[in-house]
Design a protein. Structure first.
Length: 456
């Protein structure tokens, strides 16, 4: 039986990143993936969603082109063609991952892996009836859609999760989205821009509750004005067929029922621990694997990366965790051996306009008793933004530590803020002061200049 330096369960961003790094270092690695390389993000998450959103944005821009002196008549979209393009994009990216792992040190096994035990200083894993041994084990099993205990969800053909929505070949005639988080609001954007009546039901007092609420309010005002029905502080009591019964809320003082063609439930994800039942001593916290600063678990030579750790469920976090874990595994032979800096993780919500943020929000800083100074400007202070976003205002907001003038957080709404939030992430990660950041030269004209303008 061959013995590998590392066995990885899960071929998502964490898993394939780790496999590529280990194999490039000349060590033998085996990667187990139950479905397709790329994990949730590439196959049923980030990439297919953004492919469809981009198609919807093209249609939206064409039908609103008169703002820029362009008349487009008889504009139509083909949802089946959008879906076909989405599939092609995913296939190409999966093929790219396979090519990166196609070397003499990486073995990829397609199937559901199961950890057996640890003997002779090696972990044993079973997959497809075969047993494999590895010196180190990395758990990258990701997460699954959380199904809330709402009566009427199970086995209801009218109820979708995000995977069902991405696989649909036809648009729903109308849709209720349960959950106003990132996934819910991105799907609300997609369907609204393609002409589908949308209702969003969120139990919290606001949509996107983890983001800076002043920024979120800009999106909320626009979407409500555009006709998206957004109900906050509202709970779903039950679902029967196409009918959703909700609790009383500020929008409905009574407890009415709402009906739609489809009901998309997107209320979060939970760590996937499938295949790890033999690891009875593995330390968990709220259903996720506990890791240290270098992604090590409490078990010897066992690492965990990605959504299964319950840290921040983003693909780029998973990739960074894998870099840190492999570097530690290889005795810090690689430059990337530093710890993951969760304080400076950028995040993006691909609504229209986009929201991008990094670091502390104003509320989070207040909760930590940090005295702050807030600098903010409408995005219209950027000439490039004005030229390309007719009728939009946007907002750029910087959270500054008043004591030492360090930049603690940056929060923006306005297209294309996703493309320059990494600049702000560098400032937060490296502890830039306002004076430090003022010395960064931004190209003109770009929307990114708003970061510089907000400092003055």
């Amino acid at each position: 039986m061959d013995k590998y330096f590392l066995a990885i369960i899960g071929g998502g961003p964490a898993g394939y990143t780790a496999a590529e790094m280990v194999s490039k270092a000349g060590k033998d690695v085996i990667l187990f993936e139950q479905t397709a390389l790329g994990g949730t993000c590439l196959n049923v998450g980030c990439i297919p969603t953004k492919s469809l959103l981009y198609g919807a944005k093209q249609y939206y821009n064409a039908t609103h082109a008169q703002k820029y002196g362009v008349t487009a008549e008889n504009v139509v979209f083909d949802f089946a063609a959008m879906q076909k393009r989405k599939t092609i994009v995913v296939r190409k990216l999966v093929a790219g991952i396979k090519a990166r792992l196609n070397n003499g040190h990486c073995t990829v096994v397609n199937g559901a892996a199961r950890v057996l035990d640890s003997i002779r200083q090696a972990w044993r894993i079973e997959c497809n009836g075969e047993t494999y041994e590895a010196e180190n084990l990395m758990i990258c099993t990701g997460s699954t859609n959380f199904v809330p205990p709402i009566p009427g969800i199970k086995d209801n053909p009218a109820v979708w999760d995000s995977t069902d929505a991405l696989a649909a070949t036809e648009l729903p005639k109308s849709i209720i989205i349960v959950g106003g988080g990132v996934i819910g609001m991105e799907f609300a954007t997609l369907y609204h821009e393609l002409g589908v009546p949308v209702t969003v039901i969120e139990a919290m007092p606001t949509i996107l509750p983890n983001l800076d609420q002043e920024v979120v309010q800009v999106l909320l005002d626009k979407y409500r004005k555009a006709g998206i029905n957004i109900l906050t502080s509202t709970k779903v009591e039950s679902i029967e067929g196409n009918t959703v019964s909700i609790s009383s809320s500020p929008s409905f003082p009574s407890s009415p029922s709402l009906t739609s063609d489809k009901i998309l439930v997107s209320v979060g994800r939970r760590a996937n621990l499938q295949g790890l039942e033999a690891l009875s001593d593995l330390e968990l916290n709220r259903g996720a694997i506990v890791i240290d600063d270098f992604c090590r678990t409490n078990l010897p030579n066992v690492y965990a990366c990605g959504d299964v750790t319950g840290k921040i469920m983003l693909a780029h976090v998973a990739s960074r965790q894998a870099e840190v874990a492999v570097s530690k595994m290889l005795n810090d032979q690689i430059v990337n051996a530093q710890m993951v800096n969760y304080r400076a993780i950028p995040s993006v919500v691909y609504t229209n306009p986009e929201i991008a943020s990094v670091g502390l929000t104003e509320q989070q800083a207040a909760d930590m008793n940090i005295e702050t100074e807030v600098r903010k400007l409408p995005m219209t202070f950027s000439g490039r933004f004005m030229a390309e976003n007719e009728g939009e205002t946007g907002l750029c907001k910087l959270i500054i530590d008043r004591r030492n003038q360090t930049i603690l957080g940056v929060h923006c709404i306005g297209n294309p803020c996703s493309e320059f939030i990494a600049t702000a992430s560098c400032a937060v990660r490296n502890g830039y002061t306002m004076d430090d950041f003022r010395q960064v030269v931004f190209p003109h004209p770009t929307v990114s200049e708003i970061l510089h303008e907000a400092l003055h």
